[in-house]
Design a binder for this molecule. Structure first.
Ligand SMILES: Nc1ncnc2c1ncn2[C@@H]1O[C@H](COP(=O)(O)OP(=O)(O)OP(=O)(O)O)[C@@H](O)[C@H]1O
Ligand SMILES: O=P(O)(O)OC[C@H]1O[C@H](OP(=O)(O)OP(=O)(O)O)[C@H](O)[C@@H]1O
Length: 207
């Protein structure tokens, strides 16, 4: 039995579609129900549905053998897991953004973000002193109301920035979803994990 930690939310649909294209027969229950644990005995799989930011926690602790997590989460959390495949789904990027004429007059400009670790190391490497303000969402609000001078956030279509009169200033890193594996499971369940990776690799290679 392989336990797969799946991210609820925007990655979920694409991830399930990828698995189905790889030939896994997954029941409609997976897409439709509110259950958080779904067993698929005919595929010898169990799916656990977690918040995207938490998937790597389940995999690191070994309660899931494998999981699907955004590269943004992997960079922010630095978990003890193997990242073994770029699934190339849910593409977006992390960027610094702000008001077009936003001045940075403070000694340590304020940067609002859901990604405090990524943001601090980015500015540290640039040699810029900033004050990080950790928010949980609606990051674009912060510069509009004067809470922050800049934001570090995900950009996909760019619509949220545009509709809030903000501009992208610097691209930090491209983001796609990754297949991650618990190091112990990687050894103990080598055969099913290799088969899983192989079947997904074939599908990704086709694109
Ligand atoms: N436009 C986007 N905004 C945010 N995340 C995106 C976007 N496009 C792809 N992603 C990927 O999706 C993941 C986040 O998914 P989602 O927004 O469903 O979860 P969340 O951040 O927990 O959302 P919420 O807290 O709003 O429920 C990110 O880790 C990232 O890899
Ligand atoms: O470039 P876009 O296509 O507009 O996508 C980017 C936006 O989507 C995400 O927010 P989300 O919808 O998850 O809401 P949140 O701010 O509450 O996290 C992200 O934090 C940006 O705000």
């Amino acid at each position: 039995m392989l336990t797969v930690a799946m991210p609820k939310g925007r990655i979920f649909e694409e991830a399930v579609e990828l698995l189905r294209r790889a030939g896994y027969r997954l029941p409609p229950e997976l897409d439709e129900s509110r259950k958080l644990i779904i067993d698929v005995p005919e595929e010898k799989m169990r799916f656990i549905l977690a918040k995207p930011m938490d998937v790597s926690t389940y995999v690191e602790h070994g309660v899931a053998d494998v999981g699907i997590a955004g590269k943004d989460v992997m960079l922010e959390e630095e978990r003890d897991v193997y990242e073994i495949l770029d699934l190339k789904i849910s593409p977006c990027h992390l960027a610094v953004a702000g008001l077009p004429d936003g001045k940075m007059n403070r000694i340590a400009p304020r940067v609002a973000t859901k990604y405090p670790n990524i943001a601090s190391s980015y500015f540290r490497e640039k040699g810029e002193q900033v004050e990080i303000i950790h928010l949980n969402g609606s990051i674009e609000l912060a510069p509009l109301v004067g809470l922050a001078d800049r934001i570090v956030d995900i950009v996909s279509t760019g619509r949220t920035l545009k509709e809030n009169g903000l501009v992208e200033l610097e691209k930090i890193v491209e983001v796609t979803s990754r297949l991650i594996v618990n190091p112990v499971s990687y050894r103990m369940k080598a055969a099913p994990i290799h088969e899983f990776v192989e079947r997904l690799s074939v599908i990704i290679g086709e694109e």
